[in-house]
Design a protein. Structure first.
Lengths: 342, 342
DNA sequence: ATTGACCTTGCAACCGGTTGCAAATATAAT
DNA sequence: ATTATATTTGCAACCGGTTGCAAGGTCAAT
């Protein structure tokens, strides 16, 4: 590859002039500019991004770490929508994404730290929904800005930037909707109980019941994998509860809702006539499943886009005009929910 | 951030010694190594990846360009599986992905060239399924290795590395399966006709009919968007054909198959009793749609992983032991296909 | 004590850009 | 023509690592 000095020699100028031409510096005469471009074209020159990054201390890159080990992650809409939002927002600003895999939670944090420490990205999106205060503190010790997708852990949250969906409200709406349909025995099928989003939803689930004067029943709470089997498995246990078994399910994602529906069908229980099911995420499956699944649309693409915009603002302006955003979800009513028939 | 020279000063050694310690160079005494590590730890030092890349001419990064503009892309399984495969394979080798967006075909090529020219990645996965010979030629002029996901365009293919699914065989199996069920009027619902994979499948579709002695009917061929509406729209036209209307559909992806089924249902046509439908990609929806859709499983994750492995082999060893791979697909039979009832 | 082999470390150039400062040149004002 | 000012360009240091070569040191063999 030709370097800036090769071009300089050919165009009879100093390498700094070539640099200025290619970085759009104004103080270059038209004649010189043309001469440099001609030489560059002839040599097939394009500025080396790495060298430029070393010099400017800017990579024009946003980092993200993905748990590639977890297949379910790629079957839900969460990951693809997140990528879409990040890509779109970074593209618009001339940034690219640097994405690394990871095998588990500790590894995720390790990888993030490594990207930060090695200055591979100008900013990082942190998706982990299992962060604790100490870990966030460690991340803050680096000087790479980051934005959380999701809430920061409770505790010292000073200066932590984040974007989250209004899970509390979304869950409340979904559960209230079931309550309004006459349901009283409502099951909560969550994912990883250490997942902060899961926790937030469970909490909101509980308070919504409380407010409606419906007693909480620990038997109606289940935690499983965030996939179809997770939903499926929750049903067997619940159905054993006899007259205390649920008449409606609220699931942490749509794949779980699908699993629940499959399990119910297998037990000759009709959805929604006998039991209502409501999912989360508005994944493509939810629309095409039978029955089409009522669900909560979570604006992942928008959240991720917002997070990237915040990072780039910080990178380019030195600070964010606003450090956190809560985006609204919306209830998508389809055919898996119906009035409680007694 | 502390640099290698800061550490050197603190540990009373030369910066090159620090460099050697951190790059795993053997010729460092245990005592020095420990002294350097101690100093590094104290200063919170981690080698700067950019500086290292500039020096070693290696980024440990694989590039890929994604058309973020096309939403359907993120609802299908193609993209997520591709990412999964790439992430897993690169993670294993200590590589990360650098991914950029693009808005259309020309832009895709531009972005790829830019990544190559600016040395931002050691290798690139090229997904474009609309490549022409000239474009591939241009890519070959750069010295960044690349691997195509999909076949190279016909023409001069010397030295082009690629990984593809055996679309010809997969399509043949799917169509033959329909034929074996007694279907004779089989519709082909493809995506972008400029898409090489689409073309390959259509060709295989045709020759399979030919071999079975079934006359081709141009009315039974439709090209639409790779999404649900693409499938949906194909049906209206086909049903107007009266007694020449199809008794089976072969769709280029599962979202299209879903659209086809929806359109058929809307016309009170039963699937599979009245009309059979077979999709492609084995996306999550295909499993959970009603009826569950028979489809062709295409091993995208495996293909992408293979492509990354090939690239890394080239990057690390200087050449690929094998420059192309064709991976097998498999027919996944579910409930959207049945014997032709006359 | 001397020689040679080997191990460890330092020196300095290099990777390919950027940028503050000063010099050179062009343009305007007097 | 002269001086002041603005524009364009060159110089050289710098970003933070790596690495070939040589020097210094250690140790064993002679």
């Amino acid at each position: 590859m030709a370097t800036i000095r090769d071009v300089a020699k050919k165009a009879n100028v100093h390498s700094s002039t070539v640099s200025r031409v290619f970085s759009g510096n104004l103080s270059i005469s038209e004649a010189t500019r043309e001469r440099v471009f001609a030489a560059a074209k002839e040599l097939g020159f394009w500025p080396n991004a790495i060298a430029r990054s070393l010099s400017t201390q800017r990579t024009n890159t946003i980092g993200i770490v993905i748990p590639h080990i977890f297949e379910g992650f790629f079957n839900d809409s969460f990951f693809p929508q997140l990528m879409r939002g990040m890509l779109e927002a970074s593209y618009k600003k001339g940034f690219r994404l640097i994405v690394g895999g990871c095998e588990n939670y500790e590894d995720e944090i390790d990888q993030i730290k490594q990207i930060m420490a090695s200055s591979q990205a100008d900013g990082i999106i942190v998706m982990s929904s299992r962060l604790d205060v100490d870990t966030v503190g460690e991340l803050q010790n680096h000087n790479t800005p980051f934005v959380l997708i999701g809430h920061p852990p409770s505790g010292e949250n000073q200066g932590i930037a984040w974007v989250d969906a209004d899970n509390q409200k979304a869950t409340q709406e979904a559960v209230q909707y079931l309550i309004d349909l006459g349901h009283k025995k409502i099951a909560f099928v969550g994912g990883d109980p250490e997942n902060l989003t899961s926790q937030e939803r469970e909490k909101s689930f509980n308070t919504t019941l409380d407010l409606a004067g419906i007693p909480r029943d620990p038997n109606l709470v289940h935690h499983g994998f965030f996939d179809e089997s997770g939903g499926f498995n929750s049903v067997a246990r619940m159905l054993k509860l006899g007259e205390n078994s649920p008449t409606a399910f609220y699931a942490a994602n749509d794949l779980m809702a699908v699993g629940i529906i499959r399990a119910l069908k297998k037990n000759n229980i009709r959805v929604p006539e006998d039991i209502s099911v409501i999912g989360t995420n508005n994944a493509p499956i939810s629309e095409y499943a039978q029955p089409a699944i009522s669900t909560v649309d979570v604006p992942y693409a928008k959240m991720a886009g917002k997070a990237v915009e915040m990072l780039i603002e910080k990178i380019e302006q030195g600070e964010m005009s606003q450090t956190n955003f809560t985006l609204e979800c919306s209830l998508v009513l389809r055919d898996s929910t119906a009035e409680f028939q007694n």
